[in-house]
Design a protein around this ligand. Structure first.
Ligand code: ADP
Ligand code: MG
Length: 220
């Protein structure tokens, strides 16, 4: 069974009389232990795809299955339950609760998933290069630090599927290597990773690359 299955996803946006077809029949799967990278120019539909596969957004056509369970066209509560059980999600912004420090954000994610583990917090922050920023609040972080703190929060519970939207967009090369090591450790542990990225270094480490252009997959 695939960890994640997307079948013929369509998503349209309307602004006034203008229609944007952000996804036009996108099908893909991610197997357990696989790293799949989604690449493509800005506006090609990467973020829309990630939002649809995690159930944060509903596709207008097609459906998504996570660990064999249908996520699409289910109630908000059902989607939220499937999301909590299966996904760690790193969006391009808005990943941290602004009134909680970095370590409190990580702890809170663990509590939400019912997996509190005080001993994991410091090593996790250390591994994303944020040990010295544990007590900082999101407004006090740089762009790269914010991305890494969000990743630590998304990784807090070793989610079966990590979905990350451009996780290395604002980080230096050493930090990017550290994040890649995280994704590879997930692969070794049989956990899946699905990332939208512009980074060649990151895409090269993926097991598969899905290229999007104008809402369609190019290489199939
Ligand atoms: P990418 O992440 O590859 O840059 P997006 O998925 O963000 O691409 O966007 C795909 C297309 O859909 C773009 O043309 C974008 O302008 C449009 N789009 C995305 N979200 C919305 C929205 N909420 N409302 C209207 N148009 C949107
Ligand atoms: Mg995007």
């Amino acid at each position: 069974m695939h960890a994640l299955d997307a079948h013929e996803l369509y998503r349209f946006f309307h602004i006034g009389d203008d229609e944007t077809a952000a996804l036009r029949g996108v099908s893909l799967h991610v197997s357990p232990g696989e790293i799949v990278a989604v690449t493509g120019p800005s506006g090609s539909g990467k973020s829309t795809l990630l939002a649809c596969v995690t159930g944060l957004d509903e596709p207008d056509g097609g459906h998504v299955e996570v660990a064999g369970a249908r996520l699409t066209r289910r109630s908000q509560a059902c989607r939220a339950r499937l999301r909590a059980a299966n996904f760690g999600i790193l969006l391009q912004s808005g990943n941290l609760f602004p009134h909680l420090s970095v370590e409190q954000n990580v702890r809170f994610q663990m509590l939400l998933a019912g997996k509190p583990d005080e001993n994991r917090i410091a090593p996790l922050l250390d591994s994303v290069g944020l040990a010295h920023r544990a007590r900082a609040f999101p407004t006090e972080l740089s762009g790269g630090e914010t991305a890494r703190a969000g990743l630590a929060a998304a990784l807090a519970c070793d989610p079966p599927i990590l979905v990350a939207d451009e996780p290395t967009a604002e980080v230096d090369r050493d930090t990017e290597a550290g994040l890649i090591a995280h994704f590879e450790a997930r692969r070794a542990a049989g956990l899946s990773t699905f990332i939208a990225t512009h980074s060649r270094a990151l895409a090269q480490r993926a097991d598969r690359i899905v290229r999007l252009k104008d809402g369609r997959i190019e290489n199939e």
